[in-house]
Write a protein that binds this ligand. Structure first.
Ligand code: GAL
Length: 670
C-alpha cells in the first residue's frame, strides 16, 4: 500500500457537509458561517460544482468569491475540504470541444444540462481539468483553511464508461499494452469461437450494442479498462496536487459497493478513503447494508480511518418515494459510521437549495431555517461529537475476513451464465448472518497474501467465480496452518481470462474442499428448496444446486427434496490443521446464520457483547483506549447486559451491569 500523507492536523472528529455558497447571495454567507459554528461544524467541502463560476469563459478565471468565502470560513475556525471542481464542466466546454461529451454504448451523446458530461478519454477535458486543478492548487496552497483536497466528485457516478472514438482508441492502446501481440489477445479472448479472431488492433471495438452476447473476456477487459481510465483522471489530479502541495492529503468520495470502479486499486492512490451513503429509511435492512459498506470502506486502506463524506440529514430527492429518516435515526446512523472506523460525519448538504434538481434534497439547514427538528438534531450531534476526539487514533480489529473482488463481480454478472440470480447480491445473506452474530468483518481482495489472511480466524468467500492463478494455493496454506474458510457456490470456476478451470468444479479448490462437482443446475425464479442440517434443522435455499461428490469431505447439510434426497448441499473438509466448508447452494439468511454460528464457534470468533436482536455492537481500540459502540437499530427500548461497569463517553453516566437504550438510541462505552 502506498504511504499515507500525514493526517495529524485532522486530530478531531470531522463534522460538516457540502457547502455551495455560489448558489446564494453573498449577504447570506456570514449567517452561514455563524450557524455552522452554532452547529459545531468544523469542516465543509467547498467548490465541488463550481467550475463554471471559477472559469466562466474558457481561460478566464475568477477566484475572488472563493477567496472571500475561504477567508470567512477560516475566520470562523472552519476547515475546508477544497474541491478541484472538475466534476461538472461548464457548458462552454461542450460548445468549444464537442468531442469532450461522453457517449453511451448505443452511440447516444450525453449533453450539458445536468452534470458530469465529460468523456473520460477526452483530451480537451483532461487538458482543461489539469489547468483548473493547477490554478486552484496554486491559489490556495498556503491558505490556512485548507485541510485536504476533494478530487472531482463521485467519479463514475453518472458516466462510468464512454464509447466515443477517443474511448475506442484508448481501449486499443490499453489492450496493446496488456497483451503486446494479437496472438495473446486472441488466446485470452478465446476468439476461435464464433469467428471472432482479430488480425489487427484496429479491428477491435469496445463491447458496443451487438447482435447477441459480446465476447465475455472483451466485456471484462472493457470494465477493467474503464475503471483504469477513470482512475487515470484521478491520478492526473493527484500528481498536480502533490507537486504543488506535497503535504496536503488528497481524497475522493466513493459510493460503497459501486460496481464500475475497482476501489481496491483506487484507494491506494489517495490518503483517506471516504464514502457517500444514502440508506433508504423504508428498507428494514438498510442499516445492515450500511454496516457492510462501512466495513468495506475501512478495509480498503487496511484499517486506516475513513470519512463518511456524504449522507442526508433527512430525505433524498432521487428515489421515486423519498422517506425521511425518523427522529434520532440520523444520529444513530451517523454513529454507525464512527462505530465502523470513520473519523468524520459529513452531509450533503449544508443549506437546502432553492433552485435546481436537488431543491427537495434534505440539508443541515432546511428551507424552514434553523428553527427546525433537523437543525436541532444536527446541532446536538455536532456538540456531542466534540467529546469523541480521542476516537481518531483507534480502529476496529476484525477476526473475520470476507473476500471481495471487483474483477470477480464484473465476471460473475456477465451475460450468458447459468443463472441471472447468481450475482453479487448473494454476498448480503453471508454478511447479514455474521452481522446477526455481532461479528465485525474486514474485506480483503482474493489476491491477498497468506500473511494477511493469517490475521483472521475465519475467512468467508461468498463467491469467487473468477479465481486467479495462485489464489488456490494461498487459501490452502491459510487453512493448512489452522485457518477456517467458508466458500460459496459457483466459486473456482474460471481464471483471470474467464476460461473455465477444467477437471471438475471447483478445480482450484477441490483438494482444499475435498469435493468434486460434475454438474450444477439453476433453480427457477423464486423456487425454494429444503436444506436439512446434520443436527436435523430445516432451512430454505434457492437459486442454485451443485451435484457434490465427496472426496474426503463430510456433509453438514443435505438437500431435503425427494428427487435429490440425501444429496450433499453443505460440506466440510479437514485440511491440515484447519477446515474448509463448501456451500453448494444459496441458503437463506437463517441457514447461513446457523452455519456461521457453527464456524465462528469452531474458529473461536466471539461477539464483543451478547446484545439483543437489532442491537449493533462494535469495538474501536488503539492508543491505549477502547470504545464499545452500542447502537439500537430498533424503534423500541432495549436493555443490553454489560460484563463490567462502563462509562458512556457521550453522557458521562456510569453503567453497572446493564445499559438501557431508547429506540434508535446510542451509547459509546469506555
Ligand atoms: C451524491 C453527490 C452529491 C449530491 C448527492 C444527493 O451522489 O455527490 O453532489 O448529488 O448525491 O444525494
Amino acid at each position: 500500500m502506498k504511504p499515507q500523507r500525514d493526517l495529524s492536523h485532522l486530530n478531531f472528529i470531522l463534522f460538516g457537509g457540502d457547502y455551495n455558497p455560489e448558489q446564494w447571495p453573498e449577504s447570506i454567507w456570514p449567517e452561514d458561517a455563524q450557524l455552522m459554528q452554532e452547529a459545531g461544524v468544523n469542516m465543509v467541502s467547498l467548490a465541488i460544482f463550481s467550475w463554471a463560476k471559477l472559469e466562466p469563459r474558457e481561460g478566464e478565471f475568477d477566484f475572488g468569491w472563493l477567496d472571500r468565502i475561504m477567508n470567512l470560513l477560516h475566520a470562523h475556525g472552519i476547515k475546508v475540504d477544497l474541491a478541484t471542481a472538475t466534476a461538472a464542466p461548464p457548458p462552454w466546454m461542450a460548445k468549444n470541444y464537442p468531442d469532450s461529451l461522453p457517449m453511451t454504448k448505443d452511440g447516444v451523446t450525453l449533453y450539458p444540462g445536468a452534470r458530469q458530461q465529460y468523456c473520460p478519454h477526452s483530451v480537451a477535458y483532461k487538458t482543461l481539468a489539469a489547468r483548473l486543478v493547477a490554478k486552484v492548487a496554486e491559489r490556495y496552497a498556503q491558505h490556512p483553511a485548507l485541510a485536504m483536497w476533494h478530487i472531482n466528485n463521485e467519479y463514475g457516478c453518472h458516466v462510468s464508461e464512454s464509447f466515443t472514438p477517443a474511448g475506442t482508441n484508448a481501449f486499443r492502446a490499453w489492450l496493446q499494452a496488456k497483451y503486446e501481440t494479437m496472438d495473446r489477445l486472441n488466446h485470452a479472448w478465446g476468439t476461435a469461437f464464433w469467428s471472432q479472431q482479430y488480425g489487427d488492433w484496429s479491428e477491435i471495438h469496445p463491447p458496443r450494442s451487438a447482435p447477441t452476447f459480446v465476447n465475455p473476456t472483451q466485456q471484462l477487459d472493457w470494465k477493467r479498462f474503464s475503471s483504469d481510465a477513470i482512475l487515470a483522471l484521478m491520478k492526473m489530479e493527484v500528481e498536480i496536487l502533490r507537486r504543488i502541495t506535497p503535504s496536503v492529503p488528497v481524497v475522493t468520495n466513493f459510493m460503497g459497493f459501486f460496481k464500475p470502479l475497482d476501489y481496491w486499486a483506487w484507494a491506494q492512490e489517495e490518503d483517506l478513503v471516504s464514502d457517500d451513503n444514502y440508506p433508504d429509511p423504508l428498507d428494514p435492512q438498510a442499516h445492515i447494508g450500511s454496516a457492510m459498506r462501512y466495513d468495506l470502506m475501512r478495509s480498503l486502506r487496511y484499517g486506516q480511518p475513513w470519512l463518511l463524506m456524504e449522507q442526508t440529514p433527512a430525505a433524498v430527492n432521487w428515489r421515486n418515494r423519498n422517506a425521511m429518516k425518523k427522529p434520532d435515526q440520523m444520529r444513530l446512523w451517523s454513529y454507525q459510521a464512527l462505530a465502523r472506523g470513520a473519523n468524520g460525519v459529513m452531509f450533503f448538504q449544508w443549506r437546502a437549495a432553492k433552485a435546481g434538481a436537488e431543491k427537495f434534497h434534505g440539508a443541515m439547514v432546511p428551507h424552514a431555517g434553523k428553527d427546525t427538528r433537523v437543525f436541532r438534531e444536527i446541532a446536538q450531534l455536532g456538540s456531542e461529537l466534540k467529546r469523541l476526539d480521542p476516537l481518531v487514533r483507534t480502529t476496529n480489529h476484525a477476526d473475520v475476513a470476507i473476500v471481495f473482488d471487483w474483477d470477480n463481480w464484473w465476471a460473475l454478472e456477465l451475460d450468458s451464465h447459468p443463472s441471472i440470480d447468481m450475482s453479487a447480491r448473494n454476498l448480503m445473506p453471508y454478511y447479514a448472518a455474521l452481522y446477526q452474530h455481532g461479528v465485525t468483518c474486514d474485506f480483503v481482495p482474493s489476491t491477498v497474501s497468506a500473511d494477511k489472511l493469517r490475521e483472521y480466524k475465519l475467512v468467508v468467500v461468498p463467491n469467487l467465480y473468477l479465481t486467479k492463478d495462485g489464489v488456490g494455493p494461498v487459501f490452502e496454506q491459510y487453512v493448512a496452518a489452522g485457518g477456517h474458510m467458508v466458500i460459496g457456490a459457483f466459486s473456482g470456476i474460471s481464471n483471470a481470462d474467464d476460461h473455465i478451470w477444467l477437471g471438475g468444479y471447483p478445480a482450484p479448490f477441490r483438494a482444499l474442499l475435498g469435493i468434486r462437482i460434475e454438474e450444477f443446475e439453476a433453480l427457477g425464479a423464486g423456487q425454494k428448496q429444503q436444506l436439512i442440517t446434520d443436527d436435523e434443522e430445516s432451512f430454505a435455499c434457492d437459486t442454485w444446486r451443485d451435484a457434490i461428490q465427496l472426496e474426503g469431505a463430510r456433509v453438514l447439510a443435505r438437500m431435503g427434496e425427494e428427487e435429490h434426497a440425501e444429496a450433499p448441499a453443505i460440506t466440510q473438509n479437514t485440511f491440515g490443521k484447519g477446515s474448509a466448508v463448501y456451500v453448494g447452494t444459496c441458503p437463506d439468511t437463517q441457514a447461513l446464520t446457523w452455519l456461521l454460528a457453527r464456524m465462528c464457534a469452531e474458529a473461536g470468533v466471539v461477539a464483543p457483547l451478547a446484545a439483543p436482536p437489532g442491537v449493533e455492537v462494535t469495538v474501536r481500540s488503539g492508543d491505549g483506549r477502547r470504545f464499545v459502540f452500542v447502537l439500537n437499530q430498533t424503534a423500541q427500548n432495549v436493555e443490553v447486559k454489560l460484563a463490567e461497569p462502563m462509562r458512556d463517553a457521550l453522557t458521562g453516566l456510569e453503567h453497572a451491569g446493564v445499559v438501557t437504550l431508547a429506540g434508535y438510541g446510542v451509547a459509546v462505552l469506555m
